[in-house]
Ligand binder design. Structure first.
Ligand code: 4NP
Length: 155
């Protein structure tokens, strides 16, 4: 397993945060993986992450200001080993774009951490600040489980 793509709707809140949280934790664990993020929608292409996501990420210790939104494309399904959707709606949209037999395994990101008891990372865009912190907390738990999985399979 070499590469991960995180996908949400706008690619300005959840998936750029996911990429940064996973990158940070993977680096701490000395695990090198290629990561990226994308959105299923096209409204924010080329734009930096939402200022609220930037602020919460900065407070957590990562800088996401240089990320720019892009839309998921056909090549992504063969460039990445795993594509992680934030919610069921993203998952359905991604699966609808996938070619049968593509390289990527497609799943919900929270399938990594079933003990968390929540399947979807809720869209924080129209809500208050607590939603942005919750996104980080959920993704942090998912990143911890992925790292455990990788450390176990390496042994
Ligand atoms: P994201 O959040 O999918 O986590 O990036 C959203 C950002 C923008 C919109 C929806 C969700 N929007 O409708 O513009």
């Amino acid at each position: 397993m070499k590469s991960l793509l995180f996908v949400c709707l706008g690619n300005i809140c959840r998936s750029p945060t996911a990429q940064a949280v996973f990158d940070h934790k993977l680096a701490q664990a000395d695990i090198r993986l290629l990561t990226d993020s994308a959105g299923t929608g096209d409204w924010h292409i080329g734009r930096p992450p939402d200022p609220r996501s930037q602020a919460f990420a900065r407070a957590w210790g990562v800088d996401i200001s240089a990320q720019r939104a892009r839309r998921i494309c056909a090549d992504d399904f063969d460039r990445f080993d795993r594509i992680y959707a934030m919610d069921r709606s993203n998952l359905a949209d991604i699966v609808a774009l996938a070619r049968p037999g593509c390289r990527a395994r497609i799943d919900l990101v929270m399938s990594l951490a079933p003990e968390y008891g929540v399947e979807e990372v809720p869209d924080p865009y129209y809500g208050g600040d607590t939603g942005f912190q919750r996104v980080i907390d959920m993704l942090s738990a998912a990143a911890d489980r992925l790292i455990e999985e990788l450390q176990q399979t390496q042994r």
